[in-house]
Structure formats: structure tokens, C-alpha cells
Design a protein around this ligand. Structure first.
Ligand SMILES: [Zn+2]
Ligand SMILES: [Zn+2]
Length: 144
């Protein structure tokens, strides 16, 4: 029996369901233009998990995907168009969008790709120009 935290979520229509276990490796907001154009929203609230923590528990055959770059496989439900997750193989992490996991306490730690922002969020959290150095970014902070 596992004592790990477990959180469930589903797409807009419910055809696809996911489950995550444990704690996310990181949570925050991405301001990149790719997230913006794909989501049609100003920012993406992300929760990043090791791939082994994420299971598609229903409707895996309803998930379709698109790669703009090798490091982002964006997946959505083909029934409703609802976005579910993005795999980042280069980071060895999966972003299950915060909005997909309503029971997970969302505790953002940082903002990434803030150089591309169209929505300044003055919440006192670190604002990185691109990505943290551990993930191959510059690690440089920029003003809120
Ligand atoms: Zn759906
Ligand atoms: Zn992004």
C-alpha cells in the first residue's frame, strides 16, 4: 500500500483521465510564446513530474500529440480538444497542467521564459529570462 499523495485529473470532456503520484519536481508559470499560442492563454501554469509519476488511466487512445520542437510533445484529447500534458524528454519531466489537477495544492515557485511575457505577474517570485541553468537555460533573472 502506498502512502504517497495521489491526484487525479481529466480533460475537458472526461474521455481522458490522468493520475500523478508523489510531489511535483517543480511548479510555476511559463510565459513562452509557444505555450501562449498553443493554449490561447497568456501564461501556462505548470506542474512538472518525473515520467514514472504520471499515468494515463483512461482514454490513452484519445490522446493525440504535436511536436513543435523535439523537447515538447504537447498532448490533448481528440474528442474535446482539451489540453492534458506536455512531455519534455530533454528535461526527463512531464508537465501536467495545473488546471488539470484541481486537487493538487498549486504552490508556484518561479516564472520561466519571462522575457517573452505579455502578462506581468508581480507576485514576488523569481522571474527567469528563460529556463533554470539545471535545465539548460541561462538561469538569469529579470525584473518583474
Ligand atoms: Zn476530452
Ligand atoms: Zn512555455
Amino acid at each position: 500500500m502506498s502512502t504517497e499523495n495521489e491526484y487525479g485529473g481529466q480533460c475537458f470532456c472526461g474521455a481522458v483521465a490522468v493520475r500523478v503520484v508523489g510531489q511535483p519536481a517543480a511548479m510555476g508559470y511559463c510565459h513562452c510564446s509557444s505555450c501562449r499560442q498553443w493554449s490561447a492563454g497568456p501564461v501556462n501554469a505548470f506542474t512538472l513530474w518525473p515520467p514514472s509519476a504520471v499515468t494515463v488511466t483512461r482514454g490513452a487512445d484519445q490522446l493525440v500529440s504535436y511536436n513543435k520542437t523535439e523537447n515538447s510533445t504537447r498532448k490533448w484529447c481528440k474528442q474535446c480538444g482539451g489540453h492534458v500534458l506536455t512531455e519534455h524528454p530533454g528535461f526527463k519531466l512531464v508537465d501536467v497542467y495545473a488546471a488539470i489537477l484541481p486537487q493538487l495544492p498549486f504552490e508556484p515557485q518561479l516564472h520561466v521564459n519571462y522575457a517573452e511575457t505579455v502578462l506581468r505577474m508581480r507576485d514576488g517570485l523569481p522571474k527567469l529570462k528563460d529556463f533554470p541553468a539545471e535545465l539548460g537555460g541561462s538561469g538569469v533573472s529579470v525584473p518583474e
